[in-house]
Ligand binder design. Structure first.
Ligand SMILES: Nc1nc2c(ncn2[C@@H]2O[C@H](COP(=O)(O)OP(=O)(O)OP(=O)(O)O)[C@@H](O)[C@H]2O)c(=O)[nH]1
Ligand SMILES: [Mg+2]
Length: 229
């Protein structure tokens, strides 16, 4: 309880959300146990996502309709606390992992901490060809990052992360889509900041639909990796 009080005032939780009315409420409520500043970055949802956010006392802003990366970047002027936690709105991440995610920053062991589903397990990362393709692609990108920076990260695509807000703002992020996750990691390391990972289980999205069309964007992952590495 003491620990929760300690982090409450130094965190902003930022939640990118596009048509996630079925799950965003539970995510906000779960995060509320650890943080009283919750920012929903809405992708102009056609459902009740924003209304639910407001009802639960979260702030809501809009992205520029370009994708999740645009949503993450749109948060920059609206975050003023020391540490920012990003968590998806689809129920894939467990808000109870927030203290664990923030801990390495509080102990001054890291500037940016990524949740790892390779370490914490995943309920949706394996089984079919689509998952196999995703896992191969993301493992390849992670291996390239590790080779380039001499790190030993287990993954590079998780949307659940904690980062010092001034570091986040200094990265000069450019990506419009989900390639923003690897861009954040690469630029963190390139600028000499410290990355850490903690195990975090990834749950199957609880409802709604995936916004990622893997076949359409696969080349953008490789292109953006080469560009920033
Ligand atoms: N604001 C905003 N949020 C987005 C956009 N695209 C995706 N999101 C949110 O970003 C988070 C991750 O998107 P998902 O579609 O779940 O991507 P994913 O987790 O890689 O894919 P799944 O494994 O299929 O769930 C979710 O909370 C989405 O609602 C967007 O264009 N704008
Ligand atoms: Mg998801």
């Amino acid at each position: 309880m003491q620990k929760e009080k300690e982090i409450n005032n130094i965190l902003t939780v930022a939640i990118p959300a596009l048509n996630e009315e079925a799950t965003v409420g539970n995510v906000i409520t779960g995060c509320r146990n650890y943080c009283d500043d919750i920012l929903v970055i809405d992708g102009h949802s056609r459902d009740k996502t924003v209304a639910i956010a407001h009802t639960l006392g979260a702030r809501a802003i809009f992205d520029h309709r370009k994708g999740k990366g645009d949503a993450i970047r749109s948060a920059i002027p609206h975050i003023h606390r020391e540490i920012t936690v990003f968590i998806d709105a689809d129920g894939s991440h467990d808000p109870d992992d927030i203290p664990k995610l923030v801990q390495p920053i509080l102990e001054n062991r890291a500037d940016h901490v990524s949740g790892s589903r390779l370490m914490g397990g995943s309920s949706e990362l394996h089984g079919g060809f689509d998952e196999c393709f995703r896992l191969m692609g993301s493992s390849f990108i992670t291996a390239c990052i590790n080779h380039r920076f001499g790190t030993r990260l287990s993954e590079s695509q998780n949307g659940f992360r904690a980062i010092k807000t001034d570091v986040f703002k200094s990265l000069g992020l450019k990506e419009d889509i989900t390639t923003i996750e690897q861009e954040m990691i690469i630029k963190t390391l390139k600028k000499g900041y410290r990355m850490a990972e903690v195990p975090s289980h990834e749950y199957k999205r609880k409802s709604g639909y995936s916004k990622i069309h893997l076949k359409k964007v696969a080349f953008r992952y490789v292109y953006s990796m080469i560009k920033y590495l």
